[in-house]
Design a binder for this molecule. Structure first.
Ligand SMILES: [Ca+2]
Ligand SMILES: [Ca+2]
Ligand SMILES: [Ca+2]
Length: 247
């Protein structure tokens, strides 16, 4: 009986005081292109680089980690190149990333919330009601395979519920470039591989779940499994009855 009671105590403590944690992790990939686009200001086509705008819909507020993998070298020298993603090409994308509010309209500089270019560089800590962001360490940034000590940003971010954009560009995307929808005048290193560069982003959290559809990611709280609550409450009920019966 004593054994049963302590087992019950143990189960109740495990299932209810320490809610089941269901880690969630998702990896997405994309490409940045060196190409031409019409520039209304000059009235002609100009070269530059594309950038991607990932829609991040926070159905619940919460905290997650973002870890980028892109720069396929330990230095700026091709002699240190490594084909990290195994596609037979070496690309030199130096990610420059930004958080914006998504108002559903074209990107506006006023909607920029935060920037994270590198590990601990051009990645200022920020703490406001809508966003909190802190760079991760080099070691944490390398857990996805990054080999350059700084180029690929990695950070922890806390966002309030709402709709955001996470911009992935090549260094450097100014707020004006973001408004243009194209990084006029920018180039990417090693354009011999077809004028593009590759990247991967890993989103992970202990408390949030990610659902990816095209370039939209819906982020929601991981529910504590109903079975755990039912199991826990039935055990509490059983334990309470036993106490009552023995009183
Ligand atoms: Ca590659
Ligand atoms: Ca990384
Ligand atoms: Ca960078």
């Amino acid at each position: 009986m004593k054994l049963l009671t302590s087992m019950l105590y143990g189960s109740v403590a495990y299932c209810c005081l320490v809610p089941a944690v269901q880690a969630s992790r998702v990896k997405v990939t994309g490409n940045i292109f060196y190409t031409e686009q019409f520039n209304p200001e000059s009235g002609q086509n100009e070269s530059g680089t594309t950038f991607d705008a990932w829609k991040i819909n926070m159905l619940n507020g919460g905290t997650f980690k973002v870890n980028v993998l892109a720069f396929e070298s330990t230095s700026n020298d091709v002699i240190d190149a490594a084909d990290i993603n195994g596609d037979g090409e070496f690309t030199y994308l130096d990610p420059d990333t930004y958080w914006y509010l998504n108002t559903g309209n074209p990107i506006k500089a006023d909607d920029m919330l935060a920037r994270c270019d590198d590990i601990g560089n051009n990645c200022n800590s920020i703490d406001t009601p809508s966003i909190k962001l802190d760079s991760l360490s080099e070691a944490e940034g390398a857990t996805d395979g990054s080999i350059h000590f700084r180029r690929d940003p990695a950070f922890e971010v806390t966002l309030a519920a709402g709709e955001y954009l996470y911009l992935m560009a090549d260094y450097r995307l100014s707020p004006d470039d973001a408004e243009d929808g194209f990084d006029f005048g920018n180039s990417i290193r090693n354009t011999e591989v077809g004028g593009h560069a590759d990247y991967q982003i890993t989103f992970s959290s202990d408390t949030l779940n990610f659902t990816v559809s095209d370039k939209t990611i819906n982020v929601s709280a991981v529910p504590v499994p109903a079975a755990a609550w039912l199991f826990g409450s039935s055990l509490i009920g059983l334990f309470a009855r036993k106490r009552y019966a023995s009183a």
